[in-house]
Write a protein that binds this ligand. Structure first.
Ligand SMILES: Nc1ncnc2c1ncn2[C@@H]1O[C@H](COP(=O)(O)OP(=O)(O)O)[C@@H](O)[C@H]1O
Ligand SMILES: [Mg+2]
Length: 248
C-alpha cells in the first residue's frame, strides 16, 4: 500500500515550525481517486491518542517533473481552501499541508456515522427513494453561491461533495471539498452576474450527478426537475434577464 512521506503537518506554509508530528501514520483504505490525486483514510497516532483523517496525495507520475507539479497543486489547493473558507463557503473543518508540500490532511468525510458521496468515490452506499431535506439543502447551496459570488469565486461542479448521516440517509448535507477547479475573480467585481451564472451551473451539474448516484433510477428525473425549478427561480431573482437553459 501507498506509504506517506510527509511526517509533519502544518497550518501555515510561512510558519513550518508550528507543525503536528504524528508518531505513526497508518494507511487504512483508499476513499477515492480523481484526476489529480488519491485520498486515503489514515489513522494518526500520537502518544496514546489516535484519530482518523483523510489524506490526499497528489499524483507525481504524470511527467518527469511530477514531484514539482504535485507540490504546486498541493500548495495551490491549500491556499484556495483558506480563501474559500474566509468567504464563508462550507468546507472541511480541518486542512493541513505536509511539510514536503505533497499531501493534504483533512477532516474525514466517511466515518462510521457519515458517508461522503462523490463520483470518484471508492466507497459504496445504498440508494434511496426520497430526499427529505431537499428544500434546506437547496437553500444552503443558494446561500453558498451568494457568498461565492460576492467574493468573486467560482465553484466548479466537481468541488461539491455530498454527505449523508448513515442513520438518516435521506437527509443530505454538502460541502466544497475538492479545491482544484475553484477559480477567482479575473474580470471585475461589478461583473458578479458572471460568477453567479457559472456557480449556478456548477451546483446544478453537481446536484444532478449526485441524484444519479444516490437515488433509485425511478426517482432521479423527478428530483432533477425539483432542482431545476429551484435554481431557475433563484437565478431569475438575482440576475436580470437570466435564462436558465442558456447558461445552466
Ligand atoms: N476528506 C475526505 N473524506 C472522505 N473522502 C474524500 C475526502 N476527500 C476526497 N474524498 C474522496 O476521494 C475522491 C478524490 O478526491 P478529489 O479531491 O476529488 O481528487 P481530485 O482532485 O483528483 O479530483 C473524492 O471524489 C471523494 O470521493
Ligand atoms: Mg475531484
Amino acid at each position: 500500500m501507498e506509504k506517506f512521506s510527509g511526517k509533519k503537518f502544518i497550518k501555515d506554509i510561512n510558519k513550518p515550525e508550528n507543525g503536528f508530528v504524528p508518531d505513526q501514520i497508518i494507511n487504512k483504505r483508499s476513499l477515492g481517486k480523481g484526476g489529480y490525486g488519491q485520498v486515503f483514510e489514515v489513522e494518526l497516532k500520537k502518544d496514546s491518542h489516535s484519530k482518523n483523517f483523510a489524506l490526499k496525495k497528489f499524483n507525481t507520475d504524470h511527467t518527469e517533473r511530477g514531484n514539482e507539479i504535485a507540490r504546486l497543486f498541493t500548495e495551490r489547493d491549500f491556499q484556495t481552501y483558506k480563501k474559500v473558507k474566509e468567504a464563508g463557503i462550507k468546507v472541511f473543518t480541518t486542512l493541513r499541508i505536509s511539510e514536503n508540500h505533497q499531501e493534504l490532511l483533512m477532516t474525514l468525510g466517511t466515518t462510521e456515522d457519515f458517508t461522503l458521496i462523490s463520483k470518484d468515490s471508492h466507497i459504496t452506499w445504498e440508494k434511496v427513494n426520497k430526499i427529505t431535506n431537499l428544500e434546506i439543502l437547496l437553500s444552503q447551496i443558494q446561500n453558498n453561491i451568494l457568498k461565492a459570488m460576492k467574493a468573486g469565486i467560482t465553484l466548479p461542479n466537481d468541488g461539491y461533495f455530498f454527505v449523508i448521516e448513515n442513520s438518516h440517509s435521506t437527509d443530505v448535507d454538502f460541502l466544497v471539498g475538492d479545491y482544484g477547479g475553484v477559480s477567482f475573480d479575473t474580470i471585475k467585481k461589478n461583473n458578479a452576474d458572471i460568477y453567479f451564472i457559472q456557480n449556478i451551473s456548477g451546483a446544478r451539474t453537481a446536484l444532478n450527478r449526485f441524484l444519479e448516484s444516490y437515488m433509485i433510477k425511478e426517482k432521479v428525473e423527478e428530483y432533477k426537475e425539483l432542482v431545476d425549478n429551484n435554481l431557475k427561480k433563484f437565478g431569475e431573482e438575482h440576475v436580470s434577464g437570466f435564462e436558465f437553459n442558456k447558461y445552466a
